[in-house]
Design a protein around this ligand. Structure first.
Ligand SMILES: Cc1cc2nc3c(=O)[nH]c(=O)nc-3n(C[C@H](O)[C@H](O)[C@H](O)COP(=O)(O)OP(=O)(O)OC[C@H]3O[C@@H](n4cnc5c(N)ncnc54)[C@H](O)[C@@H]3O)c2cc1C
Length: 412
């Protein structure tokens, strides 16, 4: 039997590669390793789960055991890849110490099943791979904050984070959110479903400032404010201190904001340490070419961790494109990834929004058409070529029509 194709990570990127690979190759052994529970869930649902009354447990669509059976794979949850030896084509694994499938309220059944190994292995293990796929995701960026409660700031980037967040919301009335980007705005809107009117703080002057032109950003702001979200723009949080049963946030303009909980949503940093320690090229993410190949033979990278042909795109559509292309390559047909226009739906029901940002550095200008119930912003070159767009409210109906006009970011 050949050495297995090994995938590191059971997020959407890792499992998409596995699924697509199994469609093309039913026999090569497949090993999927994750330091988390290994259950399949849709990460985008974390920021609208409160409105849907979801718990971390009900968000899990399939357990590691079920995924193993479905994929004809071995899934090793609660197991961390510590090291990669690219010359020997080997990885070193270790069970995560003290791992507990029920930790933080996430009860994911993974133990004692065929294909899904028990999490209680205590020794290091070395395994040889035929090909290695790195899909380790990204870490939330943490602001360097002063104050004795700086470590009480939460972020929600996986199921365990969500379980903790939901638990700590019980009895909370005032929530401050750091960052008015896509994730910050989505959580703000979602908290309204719990009767919490959050305050979102951002150094920028409007929400989604890197994705929306000014008029569209103002429209989003107005709609979210009308629904009950408060914003503090043009200020940074400097310090967070505990004062009795609440937290006091000191802002850069000298004012104070009181909150029961603080959620940070200021961005993600691709997890590159494992790859870098193995000598793989990394820049903003693990560097790959259009074939998702890293700088080491037989090692590939996908998902939030990857910088594909210069692009770090931490969204679902790019990782689906990557998964399909890499699966074909791993099954014997070298296939470059293609990135058509990939609009992102912002889950703010108070103001449905779709963004398809122009490529970084693109020359052109925004043109905004607004009506009472919608706002359409088009970014076009001097020659009139549509390069990106943003749609709000009723204008979101134009998503497909406009996406079809935007040239591919990475074409055939
Ligand atoms: C709240 C939220 C809402 C979002 N909403 C949207 C949306 O609406 N639309 C959209 O397109 N995108 C959205 N995104 C982004 C999208 O969810 C991510 O791009 C995608 O889920 C990333 O998948 P991934 O598999 O690369 O990473 P992850 O899901 O983070 O998976 C990484 C995996 O690697 C494992 N791992 C890491 N290091 C190791 C190691 N050393 N050994 C073993 N295992 C390891 C982890 O345990 C985990 O299983 C959202 C993201 C968040 C946080």
């Amino acid at each position: 039997m050949s050495d297995p194709v090994v995938i590191v990570g059971t997020g959407l990127a890792g499992y998409t590669v596995a699924r697509e690979f199994r469609k093309l190759d039913k026999t090569t052994p497949l090993l999927i390793v994750s330091r988390d529970h290994g259950g399949f869930y849709s990460k985008p649902m974390l920021s609208n789960a409160l409105a849907g009354n979801k718990t971390a447990t009900t968000l899990v669509m399939k357990t590691a055991e079920k995924m193993a059976a479905e994929l004809g794979a071995t899934v090793r949850p609660h197991t961390e890849v510590l090291r990669i030896d690219t010359a020997a084509r080997q990885i070193v694994l270790q069970a995560v110490p003290g791992a507990d499938a029920g930790a933080a309220g996430v009860s994911v059944s993974v133990a004692g099943t065929p294909g899904a190994a028990s999490p209680d292995q205590s020794t290091r293990e070395t395994l040889t791979y035929r090909d290695l796929v790195l899909a380790p995701g990204a870490d939330p960026i943490r602001l360097p904050l002063g104050g004795d409660a700086a470590d009480e700031v939460m972020s929600v980037n996986d199921l365990e984070d969500y379980a903790r967040f939901a638990e700590r919301l019980v009895g909370a009335e005032r929530v401050a959110i750091l960052g008015a980007g896509l994730i910050g705005c989505e959580f703000a809107n979602d908290l309204l479903a719990r009767g919490i009117h959050p305050t979102v703080i951002d150094i920028a002057e409007r929400p989604l400032s890197r994705l929306l032109p000014e008029a569209a950003g103002q429209r989003l702001r107005e709609r979210l404010e009308a629904a009950g979200v408060a914003f503090r723009f043009g200020v940074a949080v400097q310090q967070i201190s505990r004062e009795g049963d609440h937290l006091a946030l000191t802002l850069s303009d000298g004012s104070l904001l009181v909150a029961d909980r603080v959620l940070s949503a200021i961005g993600l940093k691709p997890r590159t340490a494992l790859a870098q320690a193995a000598g793989l090229a990394a820049n903003r993410g693990i560097v790959t070419d259009r074939y998702l190949a890293t700088s080491a033979a037989h090692v590939h990278a996908v998902g939030d961790a990857a910088e594909v042909d210069g692009h770090v795109l931490p969204y679902v559509m790019p990782l689906m494109q990557q998964g399909r292309a890499l699966a074909a390559t791993l099954a014997g047909t070298p296939t470059p990834v293609q990135y058509p226009a990939m609009p992102v739906v912002v889950k703010t029901p108070a103001c449905p929004t779709v963004v398809c940002p122009p490529p970084p550095g693109a020359e052109g200008r925004w043109q905004v058409t607004a009506s009472d119930d919608g706002c359409e912003a088009r970014f076009s070159s001097a020659a009139g070529q549509l390069l990106g767009f943003a749609l709000l409210g009723s204008a979101t109906a134009q998503k497909q029509a406009l996406a079809a006009q935007v040239p591919a970011l990475i074409g055939a």
